[in-house]
Design a protein around this ligand. Structure first.
Ligand SMILES: Cc1cc2nc3c(=O)[nH]c(=O)nc-3n(C[C@H](O)[C@H](O)[C@H](O)COP(=O)(O)OP(=O)(O)OC[C@H]3O[C@@H](n4cnc5c(N)ncnc54)[C@H](O)[C@@H]3O)c2cc1C
Length: 471
């Protein structure tokens, strides 16, 4: 999205009430809540049909510039709102989201994106034809295009004056200083630090790669040649240069999108370590259907061990949508893609510009490139950003995740987490847009309110509108 004009930028503030690390959809959901204060929605579970706030109220919200009562700043290594999201969607050639229209970073209402689309006369939605309306799930069935999501977020950024809150920088460490936290940043000007009364870590999943077991045994020359899908997010032009026969290790969305892209330039073998999973959404539809509130309640009443098991079962590893599966199946029928289920790489070596890859099936493939689309490594105990926190205030860990408070806080320290690191609290969709909305709500409950009087009065007036529809 809009990159910053360096010359006009004021210097990074030295202290703030809230520092958000990461300007993706999760950082934006947090910023949206800071801008809206008490006006943000209190029930973040999307309705299945109809609306909560009435469309005129939502339209009025979309015309209003906002100013937060708390002094906050955002730092992001890409220096742009939704920068990483935009790159990953571009690199993978994804036209439409997997999540539906009620899932987005605006904290005012679930319907904000659809009301915005109507006002802008946008119709670039994908209507899910094959998803039946039944007892488990009866809507929504509409997926926004990625272009729409980016344009919508651009408007949220404009209305909130959020480009003025964003600085380019890589957060490298967090440590307590007095009653605040000191965050050390690497910026173009060198190392800088910022004091924040509260820190929100919204780094997203892609900062750390998960590699399959064979990677450990690769020779140095091979480690320089192998790609993780996320390396390609940073170099979309690289994808265009990959030619010939390729091997992709995966089973989730990224691997299948890469297959579709790369099959235009040669044969692709997709290796999945189990059977192919086809699902409309990353988690089972019951998490979005009529039982969604019960699911959440049961989840929140479970122990950390039970939550880990629920998360694992609900996500069930990588999966692809039926629409993407149809595209992959078409390429399989043409012979340009071969899907190997229940297959892993045993060994791989790179010599004279060619990979020789031995598979667990006993087959050996020669390939021009090898990509692992194997997701994120989540291991808080070895997370460099959190080393100091671990030393000063060690937290119990479960499956590499910290056991945070209900406000997603690192014990008593004012550091809060969004996304996959908060999955023990937020549940199986922690990393998704719905996790962003829930995470921002939980964190906002731990922040001081400090709403100026004028803004408070205005909010009371606007909130008087009727609330309609089914939740
Ligand atoms: C291919 C793909 C498609 C997806 N589609 C959907 C979908 O349709 N719907 C859905 O709900 N979810 C989807 N997801 C899951 C999830 O919503 C996205 O991964 C989303 O981008 C996560 O948002 P985020 O803000 O946590 O992370 P990101 O979008 O990754 O943003 C995090 C930001 O933090 C910055 N950052 C990281 N570390 C630091 C640091 N140390 N210092 C400063 N900045 C830092 C990064 O530069 C980045 O800009 C998809 C994921 C993938 C991979």
């Amino acid at each position: 999205m809009s990159s910053q004009k360096k010359k006009e930028r004021p210097p990074l503030p030295t202290d703030v009430d809230v520092l958000i690390i990461g300007a993706g959809p999760h950082g934006l959901a947090m910023a949206s809540r800071l801008l809206l204060g008490d006006k943000a929605m209190s029930d973040v579970i999307p309705p299945q049909e109809s609306y909560v706030r009435r469309p005129p109220e939502v339209r009025a919200h979309l015309q209003k510039a906002r100013r937060a009562s708390l002094n906050f700043a955002v730092v992001d290594s890409t220096g742009a709102w939704m920068g990483r999201w935009a790159r990953q969607f571009q690199a993978l050639g994804i036209s439409h989201l997997r999540s539906h229209e009620m899932m987005h970073p605006d904290a005012f209402d679930h319907s904000t994106l659809s009301v915005w689309a109507q006002a802008k006369r946008r119709s670039d939605f994908l209507f899910l034809e094959d998803l039946p309306k039944n007892k488990t799930y009866h809507g929504p069935f509409v997926l926004p295009s990625n272009r729409m999501m980016l344009d919508f977020c651009k408007d949220l950024v404009r209305l909130g004056g959020l480009d003025d809150k964003l600085w380019t920088g890589q957060a490298e460490s967090i440590r307590p200083r007095g009653s605040s936290m000191e965050v050390l940043l690497r910026t173009a000007e060198g190392a800088q630090s910022i004091l924040a009364k509260h820190v929100v870590v919204a780094r997203g999943p892609t900062w750390r790669r998960q590699w399959p077991a064979f990677y450990r045994n690769l020779e140095v020359v091979a480690t320089a040649e192998i790609y993780h899908a996320w390396d390609l997010f940073d170099k979309p032009e690289k994808i265009q240069s990959l030619r010939g026969r390729g091997v992709i290790v995966g089973g989730g969305l990224s691997s299948a999108h890469l297959c579709v892209q790369l099959a235009q330039h040669g044969q692709v073998d997709l290796l999945i370590r189990r059977a192919r999973r086809v699902k409309q959404y990353d988690l089972g539809l019951t998490w979005m259907g009529w039982r969604r509130r019960e699911n959440r309640r049961e989840y929140e009443q479970s122990s950390a061990e039970e939550r880990m098991a629920i998360n694992r079962a609900a996500r069930d590893g990588g999966s692809i949508s039926p629409e993407l599966n149809a595209a992959v199946s078409e390429l399989e029928a043409k012979g340009s893609v071969k899907v190997h289920e229940w297959t892993e790489v045993e060994t791989a070596c790179f010599e004279s510009g060619l990979w020789t890859i031995a598979l667990s099936s006993g087959d050996v493939i020669e390939a021009d490139y090898l990509i692992c689309a194997t997701g994120a490594l989540v291991d808080t105990s070895t997370d460099p950003l959190l080393t100091e926190l671990q030393k000063i205030h060690p937290l119990p860990m479960r499956g590499g995740l910290p056991v945070l408070t209900q406000h997603l806080q690192w014990g008593k320290l004012p550091v809060h987490f969004m996304g996959n690191l908060a999955a023990l609290e937020l549940g199986p969709d922690a990393v998704n847009m719905t996790g962003a909305a829930r995470g921002a709500l939980r964190i906002s409950q731990a922040l001081p309110k400090a709403l100026p009087k004028e803004q408070g009065k205005e909010q009371g007036k606007e909130q008087g509108g009727e609330q309609g529809g089914e939740r």
